[in-house]
Ligand binder design. Structure first.
Ligand SMILES: [Zn+2]
Length: 234
């Protein structure tokens, strides 16, 4: 194994294992990748390998055209979707796809995740949208690329950095972040807010949307020019 990709592979292995530890994946239904924009490669989970057996050497290095640069296994079948996101969202460093129960339920119901509370507002600005459904032609040809394209289309008038996740209609969630671990965190928060929203709607079938002033407050204390949440990064 070439040393230059070792750390990237180890980070991506760790993020994939964490996805399983957090209960966000069943069997092999999920994948995490991270990009090295200097080298022009991504590291991604191999296709169909059980999480408990996965080693750093199994992680596949792919260039931005989807060609395998290093690795003895086939990359995840969702690789073209990840690449489409990296190409169109230039400030992201990691991408996650899962079929986690609650987020996938919202995707199947084709419902956006509305901001009900500060848990949501801290991580996602406004609603987390649900994409349109792919048409027959888009499903039959280049399905995985078209899944990426429909995500990009959904963000045409949205800020992908402030709302780092989407639901793909009838499919499931994709989340992203500054690196693989950050993307996994966003996938976990997404799953939790879907669970909370469902419970909130059961308790109160009325309007549960957070007030705009509280939403803005929580968004800005983490992301605004005067952000004060957490520790200062050096
Ligand atoms: Zn999927």
């Amino acid at each position: 194994m070439e040393r230059k990709y070792l750390e990237l592979k180890e980070r991506v292995l760790k993020a994939n294992l964490r996805l399983a530890e957090l209960g966000l994946v069943t069997l092999t239904w999920g994948n995490v990748s991270e990009i090295d924009r200097v080298q022009g490669v991504i590291a991604i989970k191999p296709s169909g390998v059980a999480y408990e057996d996965m080693k750093a050497d199994d992680i596949v290095i792919v260039d931005l055209n989807g060609q395998v640069v290093e690795g003895h296994l086939k990359p995840s079948s969702d690789t073209p979707t990840h690449l489409e996101l990296y190409k169109n969202f230039p400030h992201i460093g990691g991408v996650v796809h899962t079929h986690s129960t609650y987020a996938t339920s919202f995707a199947q119901a084709k419902k956006a995740i509305m901001p009900y509370g500060t848990t949501h507002a801290d991580s996602f600005f406004k609603e987390v949208p649900c994409s349109r459904e792919l048409n027959k032609e888009e499903i039959q040809n280049d399905y995985e690329i078209n899944t990426g394209k429909v995500i990009v289309e959904t963000f045409k008038n949205r800020d992908y950095e402030f709302t780092p996740a989407v639901l793909v209609a009838s499919h499931g969630p994709f989340a992203w972040g500054k690196n693989a671990q950050d993307a996994v965190n966003n996938a976990l928060v997404l799953e939790k807010i879907c669970q909370m929203n469902l419970l909130t709607d059961i308790l109160n079938p009325g309007d549960n949307k957070i007030s705009e002033v509280l939403e803005k407050k929580h968004h800005e204390r983490k992301h605004g020019p005067h952000a004060y949440y957490g520790q200062k990064e050096n």
